[in-house]
Design a protein around this ligand. Structure first.
Ligand SMILES: C[S@@+](CC[C@H](N)C(=O)[O-])C[C@H]1O[C@@H](n2cnc3c(N)ncnc32)[C@H](O)[C@@H]1O
Length: 432
């Protein structure tokens, strides 16, 4: 890369840090360079230098660059335990209190989290006049997607019969995608907001529930402190905050107190007294149990979670299960995912081995094992395993993304660019 392009890249990194709170290394050098080249050519700028001069002054162009970089990866009912815990909180709150249950999903991306929350409320028999769910994100493109509410099959990653029934109740199948039914939109709103900016939701009253997941991992320390300040302000005194499993440590360190129940990534304000009645039932946790592993918390990649089932070629409507790979025993695979989600990486790895020893050729087991080995810092082995996933399923989007990150990590820009291109081809919406 030329000296001028390097200077331009440094300026992009500075602007990302300053304006969006994002630690540019979380994107990787190759992705930044790719985004810069792309924006220079699409904006018609004469040179990278000329482009970044404009970038500093032109909020619209900065937003365009940001849109190309942010990671909108999300899916319905991601980390299901949080949604089950949310449902018991909501039932308890609405049966014991009057008024509106206020729920915030910050960094809501393309809306799957927001609609999942609304579905949990409706499935619990709570009518939309008893709740409001606000989704906020920095990405206008993602919010527009959320507003359209038309999702591909891969946004639904739990292929169990009960989850398919939930999907069918709240979505209509239209032109190869799943359209949110109008009645689910009641009580839901989306807004653009930058969690790392001092003005974030400045005049908005507190929420009883806040979901803030898989965004802090992209922030630098100062941005995290600003964000945490907002979350303390925006969470009501008796409210519950849900983090991603891999981010629980950030919230513990930031003065939130774990609820201590089944869900190790549900928090409240530390100032609340232990005797205060809690809406969420809590069971005693054995010491040290269910704590996300520090190694997992340190992963720059998204938290370990259920990988996307491939779409069925034979089905005429969007599918959520793979006909091409031998299905592993669902319960054992689910247990392995849960162990991984909760930071018990050795247990998750050994369950994957048990499944593979039974002769399964499921790409999903190999993918989970690849994520676990990555979280354990076994980079070379993780790479070999993820390549095997691609051998089994050449269009496995998440494996392509993880391989891209591993290649970036080892400084192999060429391989990273290659994986990025392939990821964009199979899932242009998510890879952009
Ligand atoms: C990986 S997605 C997480 C989506 C969802 N919360 C989940 O866990 O599935 C990260 C989201 O954070 C958003 N984001 C990044 N920086 C942000 C900021 N400064 N303020 C608000 N949202 C931000 C991105 O636009 C993206 O939609």
């Amino acid at each position: 890369m030329s000296g001028s392009a390097n200077d331009a890249l440094s300026e992009v990194r500075r602007l990302l840090r300053e304006r969006a709170g994002i630690e540019p290394d979380s994107f990787g050098q190759a992705s930044l360079a790719h985004a810069l080249r792309d924006r220079v050519s699409r904006s018609g700028a004469e040179s990278p230098d000329a482009y970044v001069r404009r970038l500093g002054l032109d909020a619209v162009e900065f937003q365009a660059m940001l849109e190309d970089l942010v990671v909108p990866e999300t899916w319905f009912f991601r980390d299901g335990l949080a949604f089950r815990q949310f449902s018991s909180f909501a039932k308890s709150w609405t049966s014991s209190q009057s008024g509106t249950l206020r729920v915030l999903s910050v960094a809501c991306s393309t809306g799957e989290e927001v609609y999942s929350l609304a579905i949990m409320l409706r499935e619990a028999g709570i009518s939309p006049d008893r709740y409001s769910v606000l989704g906020a994100d920095i990405s206008q493109r993602s919010l527009e997607f959320a507003g359209r509410g038309a999702y591909p099959g891969r946004s639904f990653r739990d292929s169990s019969e009960s989850q398919q029934a939930v999907r069918d109740r709240w979505f209509r199948c239209e032109a190869e995608s799943w359209q949110v039914r109008d009645e689910l939109r009641e009580g839901i709103a989306f807004t653009r907001g930058n969690l790392a900016s001092p003005e974030f939701l400045a005049a908005v009253p507190p929420f009883h529930v806040v979901f803030c997941r898989n965004v802090m991992i992209y922030f630098h320390d100062r941005a995290r402190r600003i964000a945490v300040g907002h979350l303390h302000r925006l969470l009501s005194s008796d409210g519950t905050l849900f983090s991603a499993p891999a981010e629980a440590r950030i919230f513990q360190d930031a003065g939130f107190q774990g609820l201590g129940g089944e869900c190790p990534f549900a928090f409240r304000h530390r100032s609340a007294t232990a005797e205060e009645p809690r809406a969420v039932e809590s069971a005693k946790r054995p010491p040290g149990a269910l704590r996300p592993s520090p190694k997992l918390a340190a992963l720059p990649a998204p938290a370990i979670a259920s990988p996307a089932p491939r779409e069925s070629k034979s089905a005429s409507r969007p599918a959520t299960a793979s006909p091409e790979t031998a299905d592993p025993p669902a319960s054992l695979l689910e247990t392995a995912r849960r162990e991984a989600d909760n930071g018990r990486l050795d247990e998750a790895n050994s369950l994957c081995d048990q499944l593979l020893a039974k002769g399964s050729t499921s790409a999903e087991i190999w993918f989970l094992k690849g994520l676990v080995r990555q979280a354990q810092g076994q980079w070379n082995e993780a790479q070999r395993i993820l390549e095997k996933v691609l051998y089994l399923e050449p269009k496995h989007y998440e494996a392509l993304v993880q391989l891209m990150r591993l290649a970036e990590r080892s400084g192999d820009d060429r391989a990273a660019a290659n994986y990025r291109r392939r990821a964009q081809q199979v899932a242009p919406r998510e890879a952009k």
